[in-house]
Structure formats: C-alpha cells, structure tokens
Ligand binder design. Structure first.
Ligand code: B12
Ligand code: SF4
Ligand code: SF4
Length: 396
C-alpha cells in the first residue's frame, strides 16, 4: 500500500472529521510546557478539590509522548451539543431542577470515542502504518489547551473553549497519531474583549480570575464530582441546579447565535426532561438508574444526585415539600438524611410551626451518624434563630 504524504494526511484528517460529524477540527503540536506549569500551579493551590484523577500522572499532561510513546501529533475535534429546545416548565417554576444542557442528551464519551476510532480506521485504509489512540476526558490531557494549538478557538474567561461560530456548547475529543502532520495555525486572538459577564454572573464566584476556575466553588463540581456533603456556605447559592451548571455559557454573547447540534443523540431525552423535584426525590436506586441510563447523570451516583435535589428543594422554600422531607430524614443514606435536615430548616425559616422542630428533635434521638447529627443540630439552631427573629419582629 502506498504511503500518504503528510500534507494529504492533514487534509484527510479534516475531511474525515467532518464526515464523522465533528464541526471543527485541527492538528496540534504536542508540547504544552507553559500550560503545564499553569496547570501545576492550579493543582497546588487546591482548586481541583477532591478530583484526585487530576492530581495523578500530572507529568503526562505536558508530554503526550509519555502518555503514548508513539505520539507525533494530535488531531483535536469539536462537536456541537446545543439544543434549541427549551424546557418551558423550567423557566416558569421552581418545582423543577435544572440539568446542564450537555447532560440532557445521551452520554458523549463513548459516542465521540467511537467516531474517533472510525476516523482512525479510515486513515489506516490509506496508510496501514498509521496508529492512534483516542481520548475524551479519559486521559490526563489538557484538551482545551491542545484545541487552542489546533486553531479551534480561544479560552474564554470562563475557561471554556470558544469558537466564533459554535460558541462554547461543544465537546472536545483528541486522537493521538504516530505521524508528523503539519500543524494547524494556533488560535492567537482572544475575542472576550472587555466582557466580564461570566465572571459577574457566576452564582458562586467560582471564576476567580480570567480563565481560572476554582472547581471547589463551581456548581458543576459540587453537583457532579463531589462525593460527600456540599459545603454549607455554598448551598443557598446553588439555586435549583441539580446536575451541572450552564450560567457562564448562557450569559456568554458568543453563544447567542450558536447553531443547534446535528446529532439527535445530544437532544434532551424525554425521561431526563422531567425534573420535577418531588418525583426525583422519591426515586429508588433502581429507578434512578433506569431513568438516567445512558446519560452522564449517573456519574453523580444515586445518593449524590438526591443530595442535589434536596438542595434545590431547600432553596425553593416550598412548604409542600416538608412532608416528603420528613420521610427522607429517615433515608438509608446518611448523605440524604443530612441534606434533608438542611432543606427542612431552609423551608422552616418561613414557617413558624412546632411540628417541624419536633420531627427533627425526634430524629435526633435515634440518629447514629455523627455528620447527620451535626446537620440536625445546626438545622434546629437555624430554626430557633429565625423564629426568634420573626417573633421579635412581630412584637415590634
Ligand atoms: C476537570 C474538568 C472539569 C472540572 C474543572 C473545570 C475546569 N475549568 O478545569 C469541573 C467539574 C468544574 C468542570 C466543569 C465543567 N466542564 Co469540564 N472538564 C474537566 C476535564 C475532565 C479536565 C479539565 C482540566 O484539566 N482542568 C484542570 C485545569 C487546570 O484546567 P484549566 O482551567 O484549563 O487550567 C488552566 C487555568 O487554570 C490556567 N491558569 C492557571 N494559572 C494561570 C495564570 C494565568 C495568568 C492565566 C492567564 C491562566 C492560568 O492555565 C491552566 C492550564 O491551561 C475536561 C476534559 C479534559 N481532559 O480537558 C472537561 C471539559 C473542560 N469540561 C467541559 C464542560 C462542557 C464542562 C461544563 C460546561 C459542564 C457543565 N455544564 O456543568 C462545566 C464548565 C465549568 C467551567 N466554567 O469550567 C468540556 C469543555 C468544552 C469546551 N467547549 O471548552 C471539556 C473539555 C470536556 C470535553 N471533552 O468536552 N469540568
Ligand atoms: S459552571 Fe456555573 S458555577 Fe461553574 S463557573 Fe460556570 S457559572 Fe460558575
Ligand atoms: S461571557 Fe464574555 S468574558 Fe466570559 S467567556 Fe463569554 S465573551 Fe468571554
């Protein structure tokens, strides 16, 4: 079989990327020394929180040859997932939880990986000495930095990769190849200009400087990656986000005219769309798995997802939820019991009814988990404090 020239390999990569549904693609050089130093400083400042996988093998990120010794270049691809379908229930009612756009359709990891492998297969048909390895989130790769080098766009102040046509609602994937391929021109401009919308509108002030996100404050991290309790000082800032967050993308002017995805797979699934909080909190583990099968939502795990739902219920301050929360106060998962106590206190702030306090005091006599006991005590403290304040206000 004749060997393909590097120039036509470059063109072939672009053509095949389009053919397999990737709207944007480019070839990047594989050295990321400057970006790696910044990455290390980000890790050392503790911004990764409990994402241990980001701390491991950090040296691989600067040198993709260490990740796969045959690496000579990287094909970087982007695929749009934005849907124009609006969930009208969400905008009109706080009975519903918000799921980030990327997670409302089918999971992207396997889908993108498969398509990258198809590209590889077709590249091999022109030259069977071509080898490759495909990655989507799965390896210690600085995908957005590689994407800048591949000319796909610039890193916005929210740290996401922005493209002038697609905005930021697209996924990235990387195919490492064992051939030297001419590099695309790296993207040099930064089109954020003086805009600071994402920084100003982030509800938890997680974007601490342009391009730097302290993940420990980011709702996406809190609702997806964090396994234990949500830090108390951040709970009220989370609103009704129950999986991920899109605020720093919604407010971005570059997303206003972004086109809709061409992939039906990424459109919201009817099952995922129904995010009625009262229904979600009553899911058992089996029905949770069935409802969200094939979506990224399973990553939060059952107790983590219900924890998020409880935060949204507490933030709704709806009295109707109190009965159900008394039940979840007895749930078999401590994480759910503890957050139920918090949600009860948030709602009880508005209600001056003794039975709410009694139900927490009652639970305190049987609870064995230390963290849950602390949450109940804090909830009781919060209720007496706010009720005292409201009684004093009444006297005035
Ligand atoms: C870990 C991770 C997260 C974490 C951390 C977020 C983050 N900003 O890194 C959490 C869970 C919070 C997260 C959230 C989201 N994520 Co995410 N995430 C990843 C993952 C797996 C690794 C990213 C990583 O390595 N982060 C580590 C830090 C160090 O990277 P960084 O921010 O680029 O760090 C730079 C800055 O700190 C900067 N820096 C440091 N010091 C200094 C100093 C100066 C002066 C300057 C200028 C810069 C600077 O340099 C560092 C290196 O470039 C990638 C996939 C991948 N392998 O790349 C997806 C990825 C970034 N996520 C993605 C998505 C879609 C999201 C969400 C939108 C999901 C959602 N809707 O909830 C949110 C967006 C939140 C946000 N604004 O970042 C997409 C982004 C696509 C795009 N268009 O950019 C990716 C690429 C996944 C994919 N394959 O498509 N994510
Ligand atoms: S995803 Fe939400 S919480 Fe995270 S940085 Fe963006 S706006 Fe802030
Ligand atoms: S909202 Fe403004 S500052 Fe933030 S990424 Fe978009 S253009 Fe850049």
């Amino acid at each position: 079989m004749t060997k393909i020239t590097t120039k036509s390999l470059y063109e072939k990569c672009q053509i095949l990327s389009k053919k397999h549904g990737f709207e944007i693609s480019g070839i990047a050089s594989i050295s990321l020394k400057k970006e790696h130093l910044r990455y290390l400083s980000w890790i050392n400042k503790g911004y990764a929180g409990e994402m241990e996988y980001l701390k491991k093998n950090s040296e691989l990120r600067s040198n993709l040859e260490k990740l796969w010794p045959n690496t000579k270049s990287a094909l970087v691809v982007g695929i749009q997932y934005k849907s124009n379908k609006k969930n009208t229930k969400l905008s009109s009612s706080s009975n519903y939880g918000k799921i980030a756009e990327y997670a409302q359709g089918g999971d992207y990891h396997k889908f993108i990986k498969k398509r990258l492998l198809r590209i590889l297969k077709e590249l091999k048909e022109s030259d069977n000495s071509i080898e490759g390895r495909s990655f989507v989130d799965t390896a210690p790769i600085l995908e957005r930095d590689l994407a800048v080098k591949a000319g796909l766009g610039w890193k916005g102040k929210n740290s996401l990769l922005l493209n002038r046509v697609l905005g930021s609602y697209f996924f990235l994937g990387v195919l490492l190849l064992n051939k030297e391929i001419p590099n695309s021109n790296p993207f040099k401009e930064n089109h954020c200009g003086t805009c600071v919308e994402c920084i100003e509108k982030c509800p938890t002030e997680a974007i601490i400087a342009p391009e730097i996100v302290d993940a420990r404050r980011c709702i996406s991290y809190l609702t997806i990656e964090l396994r234990g309790p949500i830090p108390r000082h951040l709970r009220t800032m989370m609103g009704n986000h129950i999986f991920g967050c899109d605020i720093c993308q919604i407010v971005c002017p570059w997303n206003e005219k972004a086109p809709e995805t061409q992939q039906n797979r990424f459109l919201p699934r009817p099952k995922t769309e129904d995010t009625n909080l009262e229904k979600l909190i009553q899911l058992d583990e089996k029905s949770f798995r069935e409802k969200f099968q094939g979506t990224a939502i399973l990553r939060a795990k059952y107790d983590g997802f219900l924890r998020n739902v409880l935060i949204a219920m507490g933030n709704s301050q709806k009295k109707e939820y109190l009965n159900i929360l008394r039940k979840t106060l007895r749930h078999r998962y401590p994480l759910i019991r503890g957050h139920s106590a918090w949600a009860i206190a948030e709602i009880a702030k508005k209600e001056n009814e003794n039975w709410i306090r009694f139900s927490l005091e009652d639970r305190l006599t049987v609870e064995k988990d230390e963290w849950v006991i602390e949450e109940i005590e804090l909830a009781l403290g919060e209720i007496s404090r706010t009720n005292k304040v409201s009684l004093e206000v009444e006297k005035i």
